[in-house]
Ligand binder design. Structure first.
Ligand SMILES: Cc1cc2nc3c(=O)[nH]c(=O)nc-3n(C[C@H](O)[C@H](O)[C@H](O)COP(=O)(O)O)c2cc1C
Length: 254
């Protein structure tokens, strides 16, 4: 028993060491090697892992637009204000939220839950899950252009919140934030996966979202969370020593 316990301990600390190494090795790299061979399949593998990122209600309201061709990369780089990290990237991944797909995703999740609980539909957990995807999610995700439904929800949550703990982030804007949280987590998984593949990256929010959305022919409703430039970094692509504020000023114990 003790032997198994210590074996697990060793394995876990090895996992931690490998993970810490990836996190420490990842830097935002602004200049990539434009000559060195580049394996786009490695980006594909990292993207597949990104899809396993935690995401709000497992709604997966995201898309990952891969920009590979030289011509399109140049146009995307222009939308990214020709910053080096975009102009020299061998592939760019544009991460997008897709709130307009909420209905299909809610139905998909409800179907999956029904399959998982087949024959046990009366189980309290099953009833809760059905209610979640078939009632609560449609109530929260169904928005009109002006966000009026969201305002009504906000009023409702304020009223309920007078008496007991209640989720307050129920407006149309709150939903935008919620979707960008999930896509950001996927972006982090992607960058860590890329690092594990020996590929460097740079997350970017310095872009003209309107031009970029038009270029990629994004559907109405989509919003760009981030553009990730990928490639093999050059030494001069790291602009300086990494620095952070002291941890005790941002990690607080209560
Ligand atoms: C949401 C987000 C947007 C960013 N936008 C840009 C950008 O447009 N251009 C850029 O060169 N770096 C950008 N960065 C990279 C940050 O400047 C970088 O992560 C930060 O300076 C810390 O450095 P490190 O990533 O090397 O640890 C962005 C990072 C994040 C998370």
């Amino acid at each position: 028993m003790l032997a198994v316990f210590s074996l697990n301990q060793v394995t876990m600390s090895e996992h931690f060491a490998a993970f810490a190494e990836l996190v420490q090795r990842r830097r935002s790299v602004r200049k990539f090697d434009e000559q060195r061979p580049f394996d786009h399949d490695a980006v594909g593998r990292a993207l597949e892992l990104s899809l396993l990122s935690p995401n709000s209600s497992n709604m997966q309201l995201w898309q990952f637009h891969r920009v590979i061709s030289l011509e399109l990369r140049a146009e995307v780089a222009r939308c990214c204000l020709n910053q080096n990290a975009a102009a020299t990237a061998r592939e760019l991944v544009v991460i997008v939220t897709t709130p307009q797909h909420w209905q299909g995703r809610a139905e998909h999740n409800a179907r999956m839950v029904r399959e998982n609980f087949a024959g046990r539909e009366d189980h309290p957990a099953a009833k809760r899950a059905f209610k979640y995807y078939e009632k609560l999610i449609p109530t929260l995700y169904n928005n009109d252009a002006l966000g009026l439904r969201g305002r009504v929800r906000k009023l409702f949550s304020w009223f309920v919140g007078l008496r007991k703990p209640m989720v307050r982030e129920v407006s149309k804007t709150d939903l935008r934030v919620c979707l960008h949280k999930s896509t950001s987590l996927a972006a982090m998984t992607l960058m860590t996966g890329l690092q594990a593949e020996g590929i460097d990256s740079c997350p970017m929010e310095g872009y003209d979202s309107k031009r970029l959305a038009r270029l990629l022919q994004l559907a109405p409703g989509c919003e760009i969370t981030m553009v990730i430039g990928c490639g093999h970094g050059l030494e001069e692509g790291i602009y300086g020593e990494r620095h952070r504020v002291p941890s005790d000023s941002v990690i607080l114990r209560h």
